[in-house]
Write a protein that binds this ligand. Structure first.
Ligand SMILES: [Ca+2]
Length: 496
């Protein structure tokens, strides 16, 4: 198990924070607006949460597929344009969560939230500058730690943790960080290390990084299939993270008229100016940085095309993994969990990238195929969040998650509706304003998204309220609409 260095300030703040936001009842009346979607109900206290339950019969292994920057632009989630046959097939075979939210729409904090079972906290605002297990997680148990300690062979392929920010001791074996150079993983760069082209049609002259990592994973499946050890496998697929590199075939799956609809291209009405971040990810792109936040339409079309081609590339990688699992004879006793670390805006709300708490950033695909448990094609409407994954995966395999993992096992949701399930997810973001960073703290229910923006002193700067039932694009901030006064009070109560 990894030796992790204690950082008292973080731990104390984290404990105070998590104790204030996990497992509380709403304690107030539901909103006086007719709802057609599930809404929060009391959550069991940590001691009441299902912990060590016997594993599902015959289940031996876990395969976690982590797709980078994939929003719910997937056929299984109703995208009219996405070409994602393999993920769609996985959804037909397993359970698809329609209301899954990440804790933070950026690679590192989202993955850390998943792997530690904790939410990013105000104390970790600096996490964007290099959030590592050793710096911030003290002596806690990570997800691979738990499985390794229980005798599983823990295998990591590709981007699981954020490259060098890994917890090396938790893995029996890692593949990718050394074998596939970081620069190639995220795109082409010039001699000075600057990104050259945001999109690229790959000529197939050599395997792409995802193809190398996935081949290593399927080789490992074949190698270890006949051995007695149980496997915890995590495979991180780079695409559709920038740069959008995909094969000719993937590019040919789309054209300029077959791309996602742009949501709120002129921006949201009534949102504070910092609700959307600048196009910061494009600042490192030689061909994009001079545009600032104003991407010309012809460039935008090419970028959207590249994103979607990369989505199809990632989907093909998912297909190879599932086929590898089948060929190794492990598909019948392996739980498959597919998840993305966050979504992405393709010019939606007038900006590109992630780092917001808009649903396009925080809502993600989450599909679980658990042999003998999940019914084919099941849709789960309950609201779940990233921190629920740690206890869920442990629960499926009969392991007891550590107390530091604050989420809830979704295993009961796979078996049927769960009365009393608390349909609330928390998401955070930050704006690195010099000397006074802003924190965005969002509550998502199936119907509403409520966000409170504070400065570092805790002073409330602004609030947002979106009614997704009548405004699924989150176009209009209704915080000052008197018809929602009681709703706002109720949502506020969910933050404490
Ligand atoms: Ca990411």
């Amino acid at each position: 198990m990894g030796r992790k260095i204690l950082r008292c300030a973080s731990v104390l703040a984290l404990a105070a924070f998590t104790s204030s936001c996990g497992g509380e009842e709403s304690g107030s009346a539901p909103p006086p607006v007719q709802s057609v979607v599930p809404e929060p109900s009391p959550t069991p206290s940590p001691s009441q949460r299902p912990l060590a339950i016997n594993q599902v019969g015959g289940l031996q292994n876990v395969l976690v597929i982590m797709v980078d920057d994939l929003r719910t632009e997937v056929g299984a989630y109703g995208s009219p344009v996405a070409r994602t046959p393999h993920i769609d097939q996985l959804a037909r075979e397993g359970a698809t969560f329609d209301n899954a939210y990440v804790s933070f729409a950026a690679c590192t904090p989202s993955r850390m939230s998943f792997l530690t079972g904790r939410r990013p906290t105000p104390d970790d605002i600096a996490l964007r500058d290099g959030f590592t297990v050793n710096r911030t997680f003290s002596d806690g148990v990570t997800l691979p730690d738990l499985f390794k300690a229980q005798g599983f062979r823990t295998l990591s392929f590709g981007k699981v943790y954020h490259y060098e920010r890994d917890d090396a001791d938790a893995w029996s074996e890692r593949f990718a960080s050394a074998e596939v150079p970081f620069l190639t993983q995220h795109g082409f760069r010039d001699a000075e290390g600057k990104m050259t082209t945001p999109t690229h049609v790959w000529n197939g002259s050599s395997p792409l990084p995802d193809e190398i990592n996935v081949a290593a994973a399927t080789n490992a499946m074949a190698k270890f299939a006949a051995q007695p050890e149980r496997l915890f496998m995590a495979v991180g697929i780079h695409r559709p993270h920038l740069n959008w590199i995909a094969t000719e075939t993937d590019w040919a799956s789309y054209n300029s008229t077959m791309l996602p609809r742009v949501v709120n291209p002129e921006g949201q009405i009534g949102a504070p100016p910092y609700a959307m971040p600048i196009n910061s990810e494009f600042q490192g792109q030689l061909q994009l940085r001079d545009f600032g936040n104003d991407i010309p339409e012809d460039v935008a079309v090419n970028l959207r095309h590249g994103y979607m081609a990369s989505v199809t590339h990632a989907d093909r990688m998912v297909g190879r993994l599932l086929e590898g699992l089948r060929e190794a004879g492990l598909d019948h006793n392996t739980a498959v969990i597919l998840w993305s670390d966050h979504g992405y805006r393709l010019g939606d709300n007038g900006r590109w990238g992630k780092w917001s708490v808009h649903t396009l950033d925080t809502r993600v695909p989450l599909i679980m195929r658990v042999p003998t448990l999940t019914k084919p094609g099941r849709r789960v409407q309950a609201v779940v969040e990233t921190v629920d994954l740690f206890p869920s995966i442990a629960d499926l395999m009969g392991l007891t998650p550590p107390e530091t993992a604050i989420g809830r096992s979704v295993k009961p949701l796979l078996e049927g509706a769960v009365p009393g399930w608390r349909n609330v997810a928390r998401s955070f973001t930050v704006r690195p304003v010099p000397e006074n960073p802003l924190l965005g703290d969002a509550v998502n229910t199936a119907r509403f998204r409520y966000t409170v923006w504070t400065d570092k002193t805790g002073k409330v700067l602004s609030r947002e309220l979106y009614d997704k039932e009548i405004d699924p694009d989150e176009s209009i901030n209704r915080i000052d609409d008197p018809g929602y006064t009681d709703v706002v009070g109720w949502l506020e109560s969910l933050r404490v």
